[in-house]
Design a protein around this ligand. Structure first.
Ligand code: ATP
Ligand code: MG
Length: 568
């Protein structure tokens, strides 16, 4: 944890300011909240976390660490119908993986159900809440619109005693789902619709993943959220922009209850091109098998990105770079790829792997001989050293690195042409062998023994350097290549009658099942990361089994973000 803490502090000192930091620094200067900074990350356990949540996690935990404060993890588990412990567990795992720690401050809104109930009783006693018998539809009709005031419910003026009695009977299960609700008594003609007597409790006869059958009334999000913040003495309650209109209600509740008043601050949510971010949609992709699961490497979930090979550092750096704004925007997916490339470039072990093998026999190489050639592990990191890679008479090269009849700009192997095999020798193609269908099955080459290590003593040049593996020594591997999950930058960009699902990219997964990799990778474990020379960054997938290596391509080598940034 030490090095991570150091890294975090380092980050914080360098981190650019944003409007939330300005607010916090002002509060600290004025000695507000006893000069404490206390944030929270409040996920609803109704799905797996995605990259948008990562932005919020990095923001909340990042601010706490930067200002020597605390950040709580609180599950907003007020809806028993959609919530499950599987989600709770995955959320905990994902936040830990990102590198954040909430100490002993793991809370659940459901921990506060008793307190919230008492708060509701207080509002009833103060004449500020009432039990309403209107149906959900009627409540909607009575609510009015932005231009028209709402209408008061005929049940609005029940006495405190009657309300208290009805609310207790709601709690004890006397009424059916939807028969009654508890509402705040605020103002049915308020300019902000959220203030028009919002619902605090609904009857929901459903067991809860933590409280079991204890409750059959459940608090609404707005009623639970601010009060939970207050109970935890959160100083700065950060949420996304859609809650801006809820802020007056947030404040009305805590002020009218006379409890600690946290400050709600809204920021823009993260959107990414070529993907969707709403949990409802991600759940649909999983449920309807458009992907293999929440951790499918094409998903924008943290578990998907982890399986794809993304590192925690790369995601934290991405969140930092995206920054915090007051206006919604969409970030280019290429920026996320840039962040992981930057990190992996520094740390990933280089290996040679051939994705689409073409057999090459080196005719003048001694039969049965094997040489161990020195290959650099990571040119970006001198401490990474080198490794021995076996070379022999029969090797594989990339099918795409040979053309029988090459166009002008193709400089790789062709009949009669000499190229360099990385870290090995110069070879010259002397013959092309084909099967009865005219398909190339194998090449014959000669090598120049004087070029060992990849340099010609006579100074002659070749125009291409290619990767290779020794046929006999290489390991077979399955490699999964991924493309964007959607064909369009904005999956909602659809013609009439079509939906976002029509924009799914059906070519987003390509499986290559006959790849060859140098023996270095033999003992790799799920999560191990490599750069395949000239191909990109890859990591071992959990589907790997003894004798069956499976790799995911995290990202290719070409950095389209660097290009975009240059043009801009
Ligand atoms: P979704 O719309 O994906 O279902 P949500 O807002 O309902 O997301 P929550 O579990 O309630 O999901 O979110 C937990 C926290 O993460 C909230 O504070 C929310 O504002 C924040 N958050 C969710 N999505 C994003 C996003 N795309 N960018 C930044 N923060 C986000
Ligand atoms: Mg939410």
């Amino acid at each position: 944890m030490d090095s991570l803490d150091n890294e975090k502090n380092e980050k914080a000192r360098e981190a650019p300011s944003n409007f939330i930091k300005v607010i916090i620094e002002e509060d600290l200067k004025l000695g507000r909240n006893d000069s404490r900074v206390h944030t929270r990350f409040p996920p609803e356990p109704n799905g797996y976390l995605h990259i948008g949540h990562a932005k919020s996690i990095c923001l909340n935990f990042g601010l706490a660490s930067e200002y020597n404060g605390l950040c709580n993890l609180r599950f907003d588990d007020t809806n028993p119908i959609k919530e499950e412990s599987e989600y709770v567990e995955s959320i905990i795992e994902d936040i830990r993986w990102l590198g954040f720690d909430w100490g002993d401050r793991l809370f659940y809104a459901s921990d506060y159900f008793d307190t919230l109930y008492k708060y509701a009783v207080k509002l009833i006693n103060d004449g500020k809440a009432y039990v309403d018998d209107l149906s959900a539809d009627q409540i909607r009709q009575y609510r009015g619109t932005l231009t028209e005031p709402g209408q008061e419910s005929p049940f609005r003026n029940r006495s405190a005693g009657e309300n208290l009695d009805l609310f207790q009977r709601m709690k004890s299960g006397e009424f059916e789902n939807g028969a009654k609700v508890l509402r705040a008594r605020i103002d049915m003609s308020h300019g902000n619709l959220n203030m028009r007597d919002p619902v605090l409790y609904r009857i929901l006869k459903a067991p809860h993943h933590r409280t079991g059958d204890k409750w059959c009334i459940y608090p609404m999000y707005d009623w639970a959220h601010g009060q939970s913040d207050s109970i935890e003495r959160i100083t700065h309650s950060l949420c996304t922009l859609e809650f801006e209109d809820h802020r007056p209600l947030y404040e009305w509740f805590v002020q009218n209850l006379g409890i600690y008043v946290p400050r709600q601050i809204e920021f823009a949510r993260l959107n990414l091109t070529y993907t969707v971010m709403s949990k409802r949609r991600l759940l649909q992709l999983v449920k309807e098998s458009y992907v293999k699961g929440w951790d499918d490497p094409r998903m924008p979930t943290l578990s998907g990105l982890r399986r794809r090979g993304f590192t925690p550092v790369s995601i934290r750096n991405f969140a930092e770079r995206v920054g915090i704004a007051k206006r919604d925007s969409t970030v280019d997916y290429a920026l996320l790829e840039h962040a992981v490339r930057e990190d992996l470039n520094k740390h990933a072990q280089r290996v040679m792997a051939v994705l689409k093998p073409l057999k090459v026999v080196i005719e003048n190489y001694p039969e049965g001989q094997t040489e161990q050639l020195d290959c650099v592990n990571n040119p970006e990191n001198p401490d990474a050293g080198s490794r021995k890679v076996p070379f022999s008479k029969v090797i594989y090269i990339e099918r795409d690195d040979f053309m029988e009849d090459p166009p002008k700009k193709f400089f790789r192997l062709a009949p009669g042409r000499e190229v360099r095999l990385r870290y090995a020798y110069f070879i010259t193609c002397t013959d092309v062998i084909k099967d009865e269908n005219g398909q190339i099955t194998e090449l014959r080459c000669t090598y120049d023994p004087a070029t060992r290590g990849g340099d010609a003593p006579d100074g002659r040049k070749v125009r291409a350097t290619m990767h290779w593996v020794s046929a006999e020594h290489s390991l077979r591997a399955e490699v999964r290549l991924y493309d964007h999950l959607f064909r369009k930058e904005d999956p909602d960009d659809v013609e009439e009658g079509k939906t976002w699902l029509d924009n799914l990219n059906h070519g987003s997964l390509e499986i290559l099942d006959d790849c060859r990799i140098e023996p270095y990778a033999a003992d790799s474990k799920p999560g191990d990361r490599f750069q395949f020379e000239r191909q990109g960054y890859f990591c071992i997938d959990p589907d790997t089994a003894p004798g069956h290596l499976v790799f995911n391509r995290t990202v290719g080598l070409r950095d389209s973000w660097a290009k975009i940034a240059k043009q801009g």
